[in-house]
Write a protein that binds this ligand. Sequence first.
Ligand code: BTN
Length: 257
Amino acid sequence: MFNLDKFDIKLETDFIGRNFIYTDEIGSTNSELLAGKQQYKKTGAVYLAEKQLEGKGRKNRVWNSAKGLNLTFSILLTKETISEINISHINLAASLAVSTAIENLCQLKTELKWPNDVLIEKKKVAGILIETSIKGKSVDRAVVGIGINLNQIAFQGEFNLEPTSLKLELRMEIDRENILAEILNIFEEMLIELEQNPANVIDDWRNKCQMIGDKITITENDKIIRGIFHDIDDEGYLLLKVNNDIEKIHFGDVSLI
Ligand code: BTN
């Protein structure tokens, strides 16, 4: 069981997680918040489920997570919070918040894989799926869905990146309440930083990405593009060097293999 009191004591935010919804089972926490239901439409609402029956990953993949052992949650951001912020930046900030929280509390070294995977020793410990609801020409709501493997030690299925968990890496049980509060505390600070000085967040993200300079392969539906991971730009796009040209790659469409 998730201990709400223990979580609450550690939460230091103004608005992220102040409306907290905790449930045993749900289809997908992202879908739930994206639906814009009356009970939880305040910016910063966090929806945590012990088990998702239809957990979604990026690129129409499935996110499977054992019940009660890990963290599967979503954060709702409405236009009052994000009108001045670019969604690619939120994507980078979310992965940076997860990676920083893990480093702070577990003393493990993490690495970021563009656009938003968190890795330990090249294995995936967390993934993020951002979904938006558009009204007119602007984003009305964004939902940041985060899945982190904490105490699961066996994974079934096929993965494009080998999974790991904090327990597998540390060989001890991990406290879910502390990690969740730490992520939300850091994420809120990063949202403020993104409004004032997004370059700082991009720089921090870049420093945790070991792929810059590597030969990479990008898949976009059936298309495969090979090149060198040149950098990420001010807007969070991946800059791919193909021969002598630089192509800008947007996170929504692609995956790296
Ligand atoms: C990925 O790496 O492909 C992204 C995984 C995102 C999983 C999280 S778990 C909570 C939230 N609800 C979902 O249905 N998906 C995200």
